[in-house]
Design a protein. Structure first.
Ligand SMILES: [Zn+2]
Length: 256
């Protein structure tokens, strides 16, 4: 099983990954709070040629489901650009949050917008890398908070080869989904789990809050987290507080 972490400092992720002795790392390709187009990295070739796998997390404001053109259009463009930058690094995917609508909007239109994201890209030969749709923790109008929503989402995007799934344990817990047996329930819907974000939660079950904790340090039983990692049969990325990542890695390696 390939285990690693999200690396927040992005100047030399390969050296950080080597120091942590991880098999896979996650990084951004642009400022995660901005719409800025990614710029070519001097270490792209080294990352691409490395034995260490890489996955890219997209910037946070992206919401491809949005019914607001002024948010959805730049979101689509950003996904295309960041997927191209991810391909330059040899990444195996681009993680994109499921997104959400606003009060009173029709969820069916949000799911249709997800479909259009993939549909519109077919003529261009698809995205540079698979798009790994991540479940999210909060909100009443989220596209990928509950299994029910993920089921509807997959009715829209499930026939696209490039639509993958990233399961975040903190988000599932805070979103109100029981983690015991969750891998099987997700896979029954999506047919695939491409990546696990293995995080504990600083908040209660179904809190709707998205605050990650180190593995042994939150409200989720750490053994349940280990069971998710073992069942998922996918690369595991920690998005836990950086100072606790070496301890999380030790814990996970010895438990698996
Ligand atoms: Zn995550």
């Amino acid at each position: 099983m390939r285990i690693g972490a999200h690396l927040r400092e992005d100047t030399d992720p390969l050296t950080t990954a080597t120091d942590l002795d991880i098999d896979v790392f996650q990084m951004f390709v642009t400022d995660p709070q901005s719409w800025r187009k990614p710029v070519p990295r001097p270490d792209a070739e080294a990352i691409r040629d490395s034995e260490i796998d890489v996955v890219v997390h997209s910037s946070y404001q992206i919401n491809v489901a949005s019914l607001n053109n002024r948010l959805r259009m730049p979101s689509r463009k950003a996904v295309e650009q960041q997927a191209a930058a991810a391909a330059e690094l040899g990444a195996f995917g681009l993680v994109v949050h499921g997104g959400h609508l606003r009060d009173g909007e029709d969820a069916a239109e949000g799911f249709a917008n997800w479909r259009k994201l993939f549909d519109r890209q077919v003529d261009k030969g698809g995205f540079g890398v698979p798009i790994l749709i991540e479940n999210t923790a909060g909100g009443d109008h989220a596209m990928a908070r509950t299994l029910e929503a993920i089921d509807r989402l997959w009715e829209s995007v499930g026939d696209f080869e490039q639509a993958g799934f990233c399961l975040d344990t903190c988000h599932a817990w805070a979103g109100g989904e029981d983690l015991v047996g969750l891998v099987e329930r997700v896979r029954a819907i999506t047919g695939r789990i491409d990546l696990v974000h293995l995080n504990n939660s600083r908040d209660e079950f179904d809190s709707g809050r998205d605050r990650h904790a180190n593995l042994a340090d939150g409200h989720i039983d750490p053994e349940v987290l280990v069971a998710v990692a073992a069942a998922a049969d996918a690369p595991v990325i920690l998005e836990t507080p950086a100072e606790g990542v070496p301890g999380d890695l030790d814990y996970l390696r010895s438990a698996l």
